[in-house]
Design a binder for this molecule. Sequence first.
Ligand SMILES: *Cc1c(COP(=O)(O)O)cnc(C)c1O
Ligand code: SF4
Length: 398
Amino acid sequence: MGLNLGICSGKMLRMAYDIKTINTVRERRFSPAPRPEVWAEASDKDWNNWIWQQQKRVKTMEQLEKVINPTDDEREAFAQSHEMFNMGITPYYAALMDPNDPNCPIRLQSVPGKGELHIAPEDLEDPLGEERDMPVPGITHRYPDRVLFYTTHNCAMYCRHCTRKRKVADPDSATSAKALEEGLAYIERTKSIRDVVISGGDALSNSDDRIEYILSRLRAMEHIEIFRIGTRNLVTLPQRITDDFCKMLKKYQPVFIHTHFNHPKELTTEAFDACAKLADAGCVINNQMVLLKGINDDPKIVMELNHKLLMMRVRPYYMFQADLAQGISHFRTPVEKGLEIIKALRGWTSGMAVPHFVIDAPGGGGKIPLLPKYVMNHEGKEWTLRNYKDKEYKYLEP
Ligand SMILES: *Cc1c(COP(=O)(O)O)cnc(C)c1O
Ligand code: SF4
């Protein structure tokens, strides 16, 4: 029993406060999205309804002008990017934008920017080689025991830094019922698969019925142990997480939710409530952040983001280096930046707040983890290690 894993302190609490009289974390640390003037008339019932939110998406410059003061650069980028990659912003997410600051992290993720118009020489059409590892159209099977399953090409919002730009929002590439069946049939006959990442687009752009159909089909397969639902709706349309939806998920546990928060400004009371409903329904929620220049390439921002995520019962899982998708070179950071951020987290804060920093290797190599240098030397049985405060320690192997 010599190992101190810090798991059990053996203390007993004899006195408890009445929890109802204490401000909860939700009230202390989170606030709701503001309601911009243009939607002041909308009823709370509409505002909190995801179908209303989706119908009222900001898609044109006239609509955008009612929420923020677009710059000339944003206007030009909008006009020129429209053909390639639409703008579509839910009122809820638009409400988080700073109307007067073009460098607002919410705005940079949702309003077209001039950087998008530039294709850098290193940009790739299929940056992760997803098409290469496709045994059937809707499946990428790269790792031995798990697959990515594309179930839709729609999203609640079109993120400007999206890796799957060439597919997302393209009406011609809708995932048909036939493709869905082919994907399910592939998973059914491939017994090495135990983990299915239900993705898109955004998996929650599917109707509840379609999601339940997919989950029930997967649960009926003996070899499937877990599945994950990949969605950014917690960030861009938290109203989508309804009681009915969570009740349905409960039947298919274990269910993992993989989401994509990038900045503390996205962590509102609405997002908190959506995560609480999912966690109460038994889901484990993981966050996959993307490092984006001018948005979150700063240890202080990532630390704050991850602390608040933990309060929402969301575990920081990955921090991705931005990949080589076309038209996102203005978002890419030096690889050193990611290492600097991990160095600033590990040891300095809860280990649960430290994600894996990974590069999804171009051409289909998969996710490769990167760590700051902690092993200084290794000779024979002697390891020279450096801790988070840069102090050196020796470990001798038996
Ligand atoms: C990211 C990814 C997965 C899941 O990887 P984990 O490291 O298990 O989260 C599976 N398949 C593909 C093709 C992926 O890109
Ligand atoms: S939600 Fe995901 S797939 Fe959809 S646009 Fe955003 S990054 Fe791309």
